[in-house]
Write a protein that binds this ligand. Structure first.
Ligand code: SF4
Ligand code: SF4
Length: 246
């Protein structure tokens, strides 16, 4: 694993402490919000669209670039950056992040990162890395913590809980065996996991359907529970791609 990491990125054991604190007064304040590729998870989009009081379709149209290139299995959704010569995040201001309480998981985790893989029993196995970028002065601070402690303090627990469910799809045995998505299946992926309000409407109107009766939680999803809706979208994709109806 370490050989594939860039020089500034080191593996970090779960119990290993690192010194870091981000201070709003630091001269590097918001440098980390520029010149970056910020991949959004489905849960990031739920939080941001709710904060901005936007329908998911409007949010995607205004703020997201959907990308896919040869070698990628699933399409990726990136937050758009501003063309200001510094490729700044669309949400950064002189005061800091304008969506701070609902900032994406990658922003919360920085300068650490978390990778997960699926064990045979379906549970998630975590790995951590630390990114020591030269512009970030937070490493000079004295606060010490492990990656799990840092993530908990940054409010990542509910993000990870939701995103980890997607492993069932992202690391499905058939994907690992070489199953690849058609263009129509990529469109389904973006709709079910990112354009969730559209997905909800399509399902409520009967244009897309599960091959089994909806469970109580799935009915809640149609009635407005966005987190349940993501799970319903996940189950629908597993049905459409692999014929799973559980
Ligand atoms: S560059 Fe590092 S210390 Fe500076 S604002 Fe960003 S995270 Fe905080
Ligand atoms: S969403 Fe907020 S924290 Fe994340 S890059 Fe943009 S301004 Fe920075």
């Amino acid at each position: 694993m370490s050989s594939a990491l860039p020089d500034c990125c080191q593996p970090l054991a779960a119990e290993e402490k690192f010194r870091f604190a981000c201070q709003p007064g630091a001269t590097c304040f918001t440098d980390c919000c520029r010149q970056l590729d910020l991949a959004l998870t489905p849960f990031d989009v739920l939080r941001l669209k709710k904060r901005l009081k936007l329908d998911s379709g409007c949010f995607l149209e205004q703020y997201v670039l959907v990308a896919w290139e040869e070698g990628m299995i699933f399409p990726a959704c990136f937050l758009t950056m501003i063309d200001d010569g510094k490729a700044s995040c669309v949400f950064v201001t002189i005061q800091g992040c304008s969506v701070y309480a609902d900032r994406p998981a990658a922003c919360r985790a920085y300068p650490a990162g978390r990778g997960i893989s699926r064990r045979v029993d379906g549970s998630a196995e975590e790995r951590f890395v630390l990114l020591r970028e030269p512009h970030c002065l937070g490493f000079a601070e004295s606060a010490e913590q492990t990656a799990p402690e840092y993530f908990h303090a940054q409010g990542l627990t509910e993000y990870n809980r939701c995103n980890d469910q997607l492993l069932r799809l992202l690391q499905h045995p058939k994907i690992q065996a070489g199953f690849r998505l058609s263009q129509a299946q990529m469109d389904q992926y973006v709709m079910a996991l990112y354009n969730v309000d559209f997905f909800r409407q399509e399902m409520a109107d009967g244009r897309i359907a599960m091959r089994r009766p909806l469970a109580v939680a799935e009915l809640r999803a149609l009635a407005g529970d966005d987190e349940e809706l993501l799970l319903l979208g996940l189950r629908w994709l597993l049905q459409e791609y692999f014929g799973e109806t559980a």
